[in-house]
Design a protein around this ligand. Sequence first.
Ligand SMILES: NC(=O)c1ccc[n+]([C@@H]2O[C@H](COP(=O)([O-])OP(=O)(O)OC[C@H]3O[C@@H](n4cnc5c(N)ncnc54)[C@H](OP(=O)(O)O)[C@@H]3O)[C@@H](O)[C@H]2O)c1
Length: 509
Amino acid sequence: MPPTAHATPPEDSLILIFGASGDLTKRKLIPALFELWKNGQAPENFAILGVSRSRYTDDEYRDACGNFDGNDLASDPRWAEFRDLVHYEASDATAAEGWPSIKQRIRTLSEAHRTGQNLLFYLSLAPQFFEPVIVNIGNNGLVTEGKKYCTIDTQRPPWQRIVIEKPFGSDPGSAAHLNRVLAQVFDEDAIYRIDHYLGKELVQNLMVLRFANSLFEPIWNHRYIDHVQITASETVGVEGRGAYYDSPSGGAMRDMVQSHLLQVASIVAMEPPITLDAEDVRTEKVKVFKALRVPRAEDVPEIAVRGQYGEGSVKGERYPAYRSEEGTDPGSQTDTFAAVKFHVDTWRWGNTPFYLRSGKAMAQKKTEIVIYLKPTPHALFREQAMRARPNQIVISVQPNPGIRLRFEGKKPGIGLNIKDVVMDFDYEESWRASPPDGYASLLFDCLRGDQTNYKHRDEIQSSWNACQPILDYWDENPAEDLPNYNAGTWGPSAADVMMAKDGRYWRND
Ligand SMILES: NC(=O)c1ccc[n+]([C@@H]2O[C@H](COP(=O)([O-])OP(=O)(O)OC[C@H]3O[C@@H](n4cnc5c(N)ncnc54)[C@H](OP(=O)(O)O)[C@@H]3O)[C@@H](O)[C@H]2O)c1
């Protein structure tokens, strides 16, 4: 077993995945657990019990996971050994009648695999099923031992943890309700609200970039940073998920900005934590969320732009309009693009905007964070000033993961001509490896009881509070110009106008 860089090893446990027949489980969760197991990063004793209504025997389910959508886990020589750790129970987890058989399987498998009483519940379900499943876990008495104040073994108390997928609510009220439902069954330190962006290597690298180097932190504030841009764009549209995306919990603002992008922004904006303990890190992130300026209704047209793609062409192929995708309403107001200017009202960030945007069917697939620095206080190279671009620190999450520093250099030859040059830390070239999948790293953390890269309830509540006025304004003022961008472009021109009014522009290279 290779050594891990972590003090706490993952602990023996039975992992219950609700929504086992679904896309996320087969495409991400089982491959991530297989990866951990192959790398010696799984608990010594562990097993997986998948639960959903579809009828599978254990063997049929193992086959379904091993060959899902071309993932080809089954051709890995070690799959044959791993697959015996995977089990399946066909049951409706939202109905009380389904639970006696689930409990019986938990007892049998915990004993057979010597996993003790530790249980990890993973809710990979549509959000309307979160509450009934949490209530059933509670009603079946599966969490009593995990409550830290009533345990018998105080040295190594058994635990029961829950991982809950997105979307976490669809507005502040529903998020608060879900938090209350969770708190009736689990302690806060057993609740893991997952955001797979927090598992991405380059996002985790942000903390290292900022706090392990003396180069960046001194300039990481309003004095030197002009503004921050965070972009997550996709070239694909809704791809058969129109019905979900067009529902009240869909749209780019809810699906991406409120969750993933604000999470990334909080790591850019946070103060250095006292230690790397989950509590200290999350305390600093919570402060950022609490400092997010809540927009007034009258500010919304100035700080937020919504878009929806019309027909266009992506990578040379015709792409249909959102409204003609299966499952969408022909008059849909759903935002497939959202761009928002946020402010973090703290001493560090006074008057430094954070521009966040996300869209589907756009010109490029990329996720990046760009820190734009202010111009020098004196334009010494006045003659060349027209050509000088602001210094940029570009953190590319994908594609070409890495960190790039753009600054001005002298062009070779006689005369003083300026050109921007790039200092490039290319992740794959430097480490001779692709970044591991975020789910493996997040599952590993959860098995070790490390909540650092999971969201605290207060983060979620504050991010909803900052986004809801925008969503309300959009609801109350339907857009007459939708669709307002062609598939395969960088989104509606209004997003460029919003930037131009501030004398800025989006980085579209
Ligand atoms: N797919 C992704 O890439 C992705 C990425 C990020 C987050 N997520 C989140 O992950 C969750 C799952 O997404 P998904 O794409 O995997 O959805 P999905 O493919 O529709 O799968 C949903 C699963 O829920 C099961 N299910 C439905 N009703 C159930 C019940 N009453 N009892 C037990 N199981 C039940 C379904 O199986 P049966 O019909 O067999 O019961 C199926 O296994 C969602 O919250 C989604 O937002 C997904």
